[in-house]
Design a protein around this ligand. Sequence first.
Ligand SMILES: *Cc1c(COP(=O)(O)O)cnc(C)c1O
Length: 418
Amino acid sequence: MNRVLSEVDPEVAEILDGEMDRQQNCLVMIPSENYASKAVLQTQGCIMTNKYAEGYPGGRFYNGCKYMDAVENLAIKRGKELFGADHVNVQPHTGTQANMAAYYALLEDGDTILAMNLSHGGHLSHGKQLNFSGKYYNAVFYSVDRETELIDLDHVRDMAKKHRPKLIVVGASAYPRILDFKDWREIADEVGAYLMADIAHIVGLVIGKVHPDPVPYCDIVTSTTHKTLRGPRGAIIMCREEYKENLDRAVFPGVQAGPLMHIIAAKAVSFKEALEPQFREYQAQIVVNAKALSKSLMKEGFRLVSGGTDNHLMLIDLTNKGLTGNVAADILEEAGIIVNKNLIPFDEASAFKCSGIRPGTPALTARGMKEPQMEIIGRMFNQVLSNTDDTHIRTQVREEVRSLCREFPVYENLDQWQ
Ligand SMILES: *Cc1c(COP(=O)(O)O)cnc(C)c1O
């Protein structure tokens, strides 16, 4: 670890060493996590953290912003190129704050939004009662179909006609299938609603052209930058020219003050990386790996929600294994496999226990793993979860995970995608 830090603060340095060891020697399969490149990490830790730059390039409320303007303009230029968007705001600190700003730009308090049910794969910030979005807006939710476990657009259309939302939100945290935004635009137009896509999870796939593109069809598109995009922890918003002023005012001074300039600099770096042809190959491999993993899991007797995946993640329904998601995730962690528990559609277990887990392939793919490793990992899931009373098997799989991880060192093989 960094020598300055280990001298100044050995306690934190030791914790960081532990976390580095965990990231290197575990299978990181949480689909919203990834390994940022070394260039992104370096920029995220840079001196731009020292500067206040409230406002936007050319119109700051602080002096001394020459280099802040330069880096934010570069991030905006690259962001526009990457997404083919009229306008990009690179200041949102998080995905949730990006959504807050998007609502703030388009809606008044009390307006109705139509979004995906959280327990069917939606996100907290799409109107969940405990979140600001459920407090300030009247949220109604569409669900997936009980039989197919897919979003049924006729149901979405019916909900839209019944509730006349001012905004329809399309996007999810735990939906393993493709979202075709063209169809959603039609529904929004039928009821005169705005259409917003939240592509926090699938943004990299969209850039890599292995998932349909929302930008031509949506009024506003929000995304995180730290998930499949592999940038710094943060977010970005794309919108049509006509909402530009409203959106910028909604971000600052609407929901944020000083932008995190070191993060914006790191966003610029990650956009440059995402514009390279290797990034497309990386995204295509994420999807190939997810398909390979889902095939292996199904061969091992696991039931996948909707019968498989078209993107970077899958939802395993553990009901037939007699396990709940929380128990399965804890047991897998003992074997060095990190996944999170997740509700499945129409789940009968509580949100604390859950009936499912949600593995994904972005981080494994970033370290260079391919189909043969996915096959092996599917078998490991079964070994561990079909023998939950056998701690010896877990210890054995833990060793296999370690040696697999040694073959794919995180911060060496990463460079192949840059
Ligand atoms: C991850 C995610 C977000 C927001 O993430 P933050 O943790 O607030 O950065 C927003 N929407 C969806 C669909 C997500 O999956």
